[in-house]
Design a protein around this ligand. Structure first.
Ligand code: M6R
Length: 362
């Protein structure tokens, strides 16, 4: 049931501290990542020469965060494919490839077909799935279940954050096994992961601030979201959320890419949502914000605590975690933003038009 919540989406957003905790807790032993209860053989992380993530929509966005994390920590090349494109673009796949499929439902037909194709080419397969016993889980050699519980709202929220949580564990495990992290480094990475539920809770406690900020989007027809580094894939997800439930056209851009075309669309009062959680990219991101402001854009900024400076006066302050761990808190803030826009427009938040929870047509 929805309990006292007006929509499942709000209930599911609010469950995130608990379900992220549940997803990681059973997979940390003595401060280190441990998939033995999942029956996942460590060799899949050491024997591969490359990793391919296959998924659709929100699940694919979780994969893009995974790519950043794994490539940075483990120096293994990671490709992320939209499942519907995968087998039609002659992907490089062999028994040296670890294919990771990501799916909440475990029934998305494009992802399932891509998984079967990869298996037929000899790839080792691992799936990150929420629904137990689903087709993708049953077809895959290895499964790590997200413990998000049933997700009813069409817009995925808690499934996404638990998928990303699993990618942190996979990153830690792979880095340790491949000698990229020593034990202490792995423990401190895992320790930072364990801070995420609290950081998410902190945002939920301040949801009224986000509700207030959302009011400026109610009449918008277009919006742009800009960020660099890990903030960019987080904004792809934020943008999809806003589109699917509020029907506002939104595009996420890696900030530096704007001036290669899209900045032509920025006019007086265009809402631009800017995310700043990556310290090393701060000054570049701030100059990209100035570029859109000077064209008249109205910027709403979400900034990690500690990164606010005289050059940036945040509209919302995100909790302070290590930069690599900001993707989950940032997306939770954006989920709330999209939610309030949709609810305040009087839309059917849980069942947006033209969409189904499980997509079983190719
Ligand atoms: O069940 P899956 O995770 O395989 O579904 C994938 C996408 O259809 C899904 O994430 C979709 O993009 C959601 N509506 C996003 O909120």
């Amino acid at each position: 049931s929805k309990k006292h919540y007006p929509f499942y989406m709000e209930k599911e957003i609010s469950e995130q501290p608990e379900v992220i905790e549940k997803t990681i807790r059973s997979r940390i032993k003595d401060g280190l990542p441990d998939f033995s209860a999942d029956g996942v053989d460590d060799s899949i992380f050491t024997e591969c020469e490359n990793i391919t993530v296959i998924a659709c929509g929100t699940a694919m966005h979780a994969g893009l965060i995974g790519k950043h994390l794994i490539e940075k920590a483990c120096a293994v090349p990671v490709n992320v494919y939209m499942a519907s494109e995968y087998m039609y673009c002659d992907p490089i796949v062999s028994d040296k490839t670890l294919v990771i499929c990501v799916s909440q439902s475990g029934e998305t037909i494009d992802t399932l077909e891509a998984l079967k194709y990869a298996k037929s080419k000899g790839a080792k397969t691992l799936s990150i799935v929420n629904v137990k016993g689903s087709s993708i889980a049953m077809t895959s050699d290895n499964v790590i279940y997200t413990n998000a519980g049933p997700e009813i709202a069409v817009a995925s929220t808690k499934a996404y954050t638990t998928q990303v949580a699993v990618f942190y564990l996979i990153t830690a495990k792979t880095a340790l096994l491949r000698g990229c992290f020593n034990e202490d480094e792995t423990k401190s990475f895992v320790n930072e992961l364990e801070k995420i539920p609290q950081a998410v809770d902190d945002i939920l406690q301040r949801k009224d601030e986000i509700h207030h900020l959302s009011q400026s989007l109610l009449t918008a027809e277009h919006t742009f979201m800009i960020g660099r580094g890990l903030d960019y894939p987080a904004l792809l997800e934020a943008s999809l959320k806003l589109k699917e439930i509020s029907y506002i056209h939104s595009e996420a851009f890696a900030s530096g890419e704007l001036k290669h075309g899209t900045i032509a669309l920025i006019i007086k009062k265009t809402p631009v949502i800017a995310l700043l959680t990556q310290e090393k990219l701060m000054s570049k991101q701030i100059s990209n914000i100035r570029e859109v402001e000077s064209r008249g854009a109205t910027v709403i900024s979400f900034v990690k605590d500690g990164l606010q400076t005289k050059d940036i006066n945040p509209d919302f302050i995100l909790p302070n975690l290590n930069d690599d761990f900001m993707a989950i808190p940032a997306v939770v803030a954006m989920q709330l933003l999209a939610y309030y826009v949709s609810a305040d427009k009087g839309l059917d938040v849980d069942k947006p038009r033209n969409l189904a929870k499980v997509v079983t047509v190719e």
